[in-house]
Write a protein that binds this ligand. Structure first.
Ligand SMILES: [Zn+2]
Length: 606
C-alpha cells in the first residue's frame, strides 16, 4: 500500500508579492514531496492565498479596489514565482473561496455546539473618522515605557517593550490621524482554557508529532509556573464590520478573525482540487471528506517558526473539537537571512525571487543552495553569496555535472552512444558502493535532513571523480587509437570507464532529483530513460544507448549575483505586515505571552 500524504505550506498573506523566505519554505516542502513521490507515495500538495483581514481591506481601499479585486491581482502574480522555481503545488486556491466560507462556518458551529464558544464585551480603540475598530498595528503613539514617538500599538521598536494599545501615550489612528476613542463591542472567543482543550492539547503536542524543540517550547506554555502565568488564554476569534472576512453565522456584523479561517484554507484548497478533478460536476466536498476519513492518510503542514502557536494550539483544537482529522506532523523551519542580516520587508532588503529569475540565474542553483543548508531543526539559514558560488560551481557543477561531460563525448564519438555492460571489477565496486547509500539518502529526505543528503551525495561524487582520475579516460582515448591487441584493450577499457561514469551519473541524479527536478528531466532525456524513481537505483542501465550530450548547467556568474544583491528601491509596505510575519515566534514567546494575555482584553492585529 502506498503511503498517502496531504501536504501543505503556510498560506501567504495576499497583500504583497512573494519574498525569498516564501521560496525557501516552498523549496523545502516541494523537495520533500518530490522525494515522497519518488518512493511511490500518493501526495496531495496544496496551498492558497490568505485573503482576509484588515490590512488587505485597507490596502484595497487605498488602491481604489474591492478587496476581492486586490487579492485577485496578487494571486495573478503567483504562478511566475512557483513555475519559475519548479514548485509543483497540485492546487492554489484562496481563503475567500466558497469552500472556505462553508468549512469555516461549519467548524465554528460544531465548536459552538460543543459549548466551546463564549462571548464577552471588550473595550478597544475605534477610529471615529474611519468608522472602524483599529487593530493594534494601525494605532500609533508614544511608548509608555521610554516615550519614543511614532510607535505601534503592540510594541516599541526603540526599547522593545510590549504593551496593550490602550497603554500608548497620545494615541492616534494610523489610518486617519484621528484620536481614537474607546468603544465596547461584543467579541466571540474560542475557549482554549476549557479543561477539555487543555487536556487534548497537552496530549496532542507531546506525542511525537512535533520536533522535540517545538514540543518542549509548547510544553512550557501549559506550565503553571511559566513566566508567572498559568494555563491557556481564550482566543478572540471575532472582528467587527467593516472587515474583509467570513461572517459569523447568527451574528450580523461580526466576522471571523482572519487567523480562524486561514488554516481552514488548507482544507478548502484540497476540496477545491477534488472539485476540479471530479468528472461528474460535483463540488468535491464528498470526495474530499472520504479522502480525509482514510485512517492511513497523513496530514502534514510545513510552516515557519513565527506561526507555531496557530498550528500547535488553535488549529488542532479547532479540528479535533469539530470532529475532524487532526494534523499528523507540523514541520517547523527557521528564517532565511541574507549575509546574516535579518530580512525586513520594511527596510526593503533581501533578495527578490523575481529579480533572481529576470537576471537569468538558474532557479535550481537556489533550490540546491537552500537544500544544502536545510536540516530538520528550527534553525535560521543564511544566504551568503561567496558560499552560494562555491557550492554551485565547485560542488554541483564541478563534482556532479562534470562526471557526465567527461564521459559523454567519448561514448558518442567512439561508441555511438552505446554503453558497455561489462564495467570491470573496480567499476562494479564503485557502483555497488553508490547503490548501497540509497536507503540512507532516502531516509535523509524523509527526515528533512536535506543538507546531509546533499553532503552524502557529493561524497559519492568525490568517489566517482577519484575513479575517473585514476583511470584517465583521456589517456585511454589516446592509446585506443593504436593498432592491434593493445589498442583494442585500451578501447574496451575506455568504453567500460565511460560507461561506469554514466551509470554513476545516473545514480547521483536519482539522489539529487527531489532538489533538481528540471535538471533531472534533462538528464532523463540525455540517458533516454523514463522519469527516475528511487527504486531505479537498483537496476543498472546495462546494454543501453544514450543520446548526444548537451550542456546541462552553467557556472554562476558572480556579476549577476552582485546585481541581485544590489539593494532595490525601498518597497512600499503596508502597516500590519502580513499574517506570517507579525505573529508569535518561539524565540520571543516570553514577551508575546504577555501580549497574548493582553489580547484577551484588547483586539490585536486585524
Ligand atoms: Zn519604548
Amino acid at each position: 500500500m502506498p503511503r498517502k500524504l496531504f501536504v501543505t505550506t503556510a498560506l501567504p498573506y495576499a497583500n504583497a508579492a512573494f519574498h525569498i523566505g516564501h521560496m525557501m519554505e516552498y523549496i523545502q516542502a516541494d523537495t520533500w514531496v518530490r522525494a515522497q513521490r519518488m518512493k511511490g507515495s500518493e501526495v496531495h500538495f496544496v496551498c492558497a492565498d490568505d485573503a482576509h483581514g484588515a490590512p488587505i481591506m485597507i490596502a484595497a481601499d487605498k488602491a481604489g479596489l474591492t478587496p476581492q479585486q486586490f487579492v485577485a491581482g496578487i494571486a495573478a502574480g503567483r504562478a511566475q514565482y512557483l513555475d519559475g522555481f519548479h514548485i509543483a503545488f497540485d492546487n492554489w486556491h484562496s481563503t475567500d473561496g466558497v469552500e472556505n466560507h462553508r468549512l469555516a462556518q461549519s467548524i465554528y458551529l460544531a465548536l459552538r455546539d460543543k459549548d466551546l464558544i463564549a462571548t464577552r464585551t471588550i473595550e478597544q480603540f475605534y477610529d471615529p473618522q474611519k468608522g472602524m475598530f483599529l487593530p493594534d498595528r494601525f494605532i500609533k503613539g508614544d511608548c509608555p515605557k521610554c516615550g519614543a514617538s511614532d510607535q505601534y500599538g503592540d510594541n516599541c521598536e526603540a526599547c522593545g517593550a510590549v504593551y496593550a494599545a490602550t497603554d500608548l501615550k497620545n494615541p492616534r489612528s494610523a489610518l486617519s490621524g484621528a484620536t481614537p476613542v474607546m468603544r465596547s463591542s461584543e467579541h466571540f472567543f474560542f475557549k482554549l482554557s476549557d479543561p477539555r482543550c487543555v487536556e487534548f492539547l497537552e496530549r496532542w503536542t507531546q506525542d511525537g508529532k512535533l520536533q522535540s524543540e517545538v514540543a518542549n517550547k509548547v510544553r512550557e506554555w501549559f506550565s503553571r509556573d511559566y513566566n508567572g502565568l498559568s494555563g491557556l488564554a481564550d482566543w478572540d476569534i471575532s472582528r467587527d464590520a467593516p472587515y474583509f472576512g467570513i461572517e459569523i453565522p447568527g451574528a450580523p456584523g461580526k466576522y471571523f478573525y482572519v487567523w480562524l479561517d486561514a488554516p481552514v484554507g488548507y482544507l478548502a484548497s484540497l476540496e477545491n482540487l477534488f472539485a476540479k478533478r471530479a468528472q461528474d460536476g460535483s463540488d468535491g466536498a464528498a470526495a474530499c471528506a472520504a479522502y480525509l476519513a482514510d485512517p492511513q492518510l497523513e496530514q502534514v503542514h510545513f510552516i515557519g517558526k513565527d506561526i507555531v502557536t496557530f498550528h500547535t494550539l488553535f488549529w488542532p483544537a479547532m479540528l479535533y473539537f469539530s470532529g475532524r482529522k487532526v494534523p499528523d506532523h507540523i514541520h517547523v523551519h527557521g528564517f532565511l537571512t541574507v549575509n546574516n542580516d535579518k530580512m525586513s520587508k520594511s527596510r526593503g532588503t533581501g533578495i527578490s525571487p523575481l529579480r533572481y529569475l529576470e537576471l537569468g540565474l538558474d532557479p535550481e542553483w537556489l533550490r540546491y543552495y537552500i537544500a544544502a543548508k536545510l536540516n530538520a531543526r528550527v534553525e535560521d539559514i543564511d544566504f551568503n553569496p561567496e558560499d552560494f558560488i562555491a557550492r554551485v560551481n565547485s560542488d554541483l557543477v564541478g563534482k556532479y555535472i562534470n562526471i557526465a561531460s567527461r564521459a559523454a563525448g567519448f561514448l558518442a564519438k567512439r561508441f555511438d552512444g552505446q554503453l558497455s555492460s561489462d564495467l570491470g571489477v573496480e567499476g562494479r565496486l564503485l557502483l555497488d558502493g553508490l547503490r548501497a547509500q540509497r536507503a540512507a539518502i532516502e531516509e535523509l529526505y524523509e527526515t528533512r535532513e536535506f543538507g546531509k543528503a546533499v553532503r552524502e551525495t557529493m561524497l559519492l561524487a568525490d568517489r566517482v571523480n577519484a575513479y575517473v582520475d585514476q583511470h584517465k579516460p583521456w589517456e585511454l582515448a589516446k592509446q585506443a587509437g593504436a593498432d592491434g591487441e593493445a589498442g583494442a584493450a585500451q578501447r574496451a577499457a575506455l568504453h567500460d570507464v565511460c560507461s561506469v561514469c554514466i551509470e554513476a551519473f545516473r545514480l547521483l541524479t536519482i539522489y539529487l532529483k527531489p532538489i533538481l527536478p528540471a535538471l533531472a528531466a534533462q538528464v532523463e532525456a540525455f540517458l533516454q530513460v523514463p522519469p527516475l524513481q528511487f527504486a531505479d537505483a537498483e537496476q543498472a542501465l546495462g546494454q543501453h544507448r544514450i543520446a548526444d550530450y548537451k550542456h546541462l548547467m552553467q557556472r554562476v556568474d558572480a556579476a549577476k549575483l552582485d546585481a541581485l544583491l544590489t539593494p532595490p528601491a525601498p518597497a512600499v509596505v503596508l502597516p500590519g505586515g502580513e499574517a506570517m510575519a507579525d505573529e508569535i515566534s518561539i524565540a520571543d514567546f516570553a514577551d508575546r505571552r504577555r501580549q497574548h494575555q493582553a489580547a484577551a482584553a484588547h483586539a490585536r492585529c486585524r
